[in-house]
Every structure is written in C-alpha cells, then in structure tokens.
Ligand binder design. Structure first.
Ligand SMILES: [Fe+2]
Length: 301
C-alpha cells in the first residue's frame, strides 16, 4: 500500500528503541514528575548548538520573529549581564532546529506523557553566568504550566538539554520531587500559577512546607548528551553556577497533540497573552493556533 499522509506513522528504529524509556522509567516519570534519558545527543551536535546559540546572542537572528518580544527574552549584549534567555531559538536558528528537534526526543516525550503526538510549544537557549558575590543568577521555583496557562493540556512537558555536564556545582535544576501530584487545593493552585522564574529568593520551599506539602528536593544532574524531562506541573528551580564557565542549555517546552488554546486570566482578571499568541496565526475559531507547523512543528507522531 502506498504511504499517504493519513496512513503515515513514524517508525521507531532499533537504535531508537534502545534509547526509549522502559515501563519502569515511565512509571518513575509519572510518580516523580521527571526523568533523565540515556545519551541521545553527541558532543559534536551539542557543541554545534552552543556555537550557533552564542552566534545568535552576539549577532542576532537568522530569521527574525514576526512580532518583537521584550529585549530580555531575546538577549543581546546591550541588555547587560544577567541570566540570558533567547526565546524561540528553534524558529530563529536553523542549525539549532535541525539538531534539537530529533525524532527520538519527541518519541521519548510521547511515551512519557502517554500521547501519540508531540509538538514544540516554545524553545529557549539559556545561559547561566558564573555566580558573583552579589549576583547568583538563581532561578526561582515555578511550574512551567504557570507560563503556559493558555494551554488546555496538563500533559505538557519540558525537555531540558544541557550543553555541558550539569550538576549541583554549576546550577543543575532542583526538582521538588513528586510535586506535580500535590493535592488539588486552592493553595496549590495559587502556587502553581506563580511566575517566580526571575526571583532570586522567594522562600518558595518554606512557604510550600508551611502548607504541609511534602518537600523532597532532588537535584537533576544531567550529563552532556542526556536529556532531562519534567512534567509541566512539577515545581523546580535552580541554584547558582559556582563554576568558572557559563552553564548553557537548550530548553524545549513540548505539547501533546491534543493541546489547544484556552482563555485564561491573571489574578487581576486580565486576559493572559502568551507570547505564542502573538506569533502563531489564528485557527477557524479565531484563537491562536497551537498546531501551527511553523512555530509549533510536530516532532513525533
Ligand atoms: Fe521551568
């Protein structure tokens, strides 16, 4: 039979099968909210991403965004030293896109999330500078869901791709293990909407503990080549980079095939506008189309 668009389904090669999470790994992800893969990128691939990301930081976009975003979200040298973030790097840089959107990454994400299709939602090249006495560049505890409240799905997950070995010394993520399963109370709902990413000292863990929530902090050490996956409702943050080198990562926020735009409002009752909403075209209902193949390409399925 001829392969048509309707009958196409991606094939897991033998080499890919060997990298897929086992049933126990999927169980670990569902219970703990995070999981670290085997080595799925080569050093050469990651070094190429680093070079392309640094080139982007210093010389700008190969493919400018259709709508400008805040300067600090697409860092350039004139912004000054800070935790550097270059948003939508996959859209803006073909070299990074060609390497970063590996089918195996999508296949692993699909199996962890229990879905058939994985699309990109947003992407970031990030750089945590070495800590200074008066500036640690830590990342406050947050859920990634807080930053995509206009998404219908609660299966979304993040692929965290370190561009060097990452450990507690140079600012690995700290996971509040199992926090994606914290009880569905008003207090937890409030915590999960806090956008604390840029907060250096928000006493989040103490506040969560005072609510009687189970606190188990675990560092997710991820070797170069491995990928750390975490659930969109898992609370996480990261400490300072005490090494002498920048700690860089490519971060992919991933959506399952069923995800779509929903209206969401902040604490002041204002309609939340995700930056994606400014980038993607509208669908037939007049809402942002989170399945737009340009901004949200299918990685698997
Ligand atoms: Fe995050």
């Amino acid at each position: 039979m001829l392969m048509t668009e309707e009958t196409f389904s991606p094939i897991l090669t033998e080499a890919m099968q060997a990298l897929m999470p086992s049933a126990e790994d999927v169980d670990f992800y569902q219970t703990h909210g995070w999981w670290v893969s085997k080595r799925i990128f080569s050093d050469e691939e990651l070094d190429t991403i680093t070079a392309a990301g640094v080139q982007h930081q210093n010389h700008g976009s190969e493919r400018p965004l259709p709508t400008p975003i805040q300067k600090y979200l697409d860092w350039r040298p004139d912004v000054g030293e800070m935790f550097k973030t270059n948003s939508y790097i996959i859209y803006q840089n073909k070299t990074i896109s060609d390497i970063g959107l590996k089918p195996i990454l999508g296949a692993i994400a699909a199996r962890l999330a229990g879905t058939d299709q994985i699309r990109l939602f947003s992407s970031y090249f990030v750089e945590k500078p070495p800590a200074k006495p008066n500036e640690l560049y830590t990342v406050g505890y947050h859920t990634d869901k807080a930053y995509c409240q206009t998404c219908s799905s609660t299966k979304m997950l993040t692929a965290w791709i370190p561009l060097q070995d990452t450990n507690t010394y140079n600012g690995a993520l700290n996971m509040l293990d199992g926090s994606h399963l914290w009880p569905d109370t008003e207090e937890v709902a409030q915590l999960s909407k806090e956008t604390n990413y840029a907060e250096n000292d928000n006493h989040f863990v103490e506040r969560a503990a005072s609510l009687g929530l189970p606190i188990k902090l675990l560092p997710a050490e991820v070797k170069k080549g491995q990928v750390g996956f975490h659930h969109c409702q898992l609370f996480h943050g990261s400490d300072a980079n005490y090494s002498a080198q920048p700690r860089r990562a490519l971060i992919l926020h991933l959506q399952d095939g069923d995800n779509y735009y929903v209206r969401a409002y902040d604490q002041q009752g204002q309609l939340i506008v995700n930056n994606n909403d400014l980038m993607v075209p509208k669908n037939n209902e007049g809402n942002p189309d989170y399945s737009d193949s340009d901004f949200c390409p299918v990685i698997w399925g």
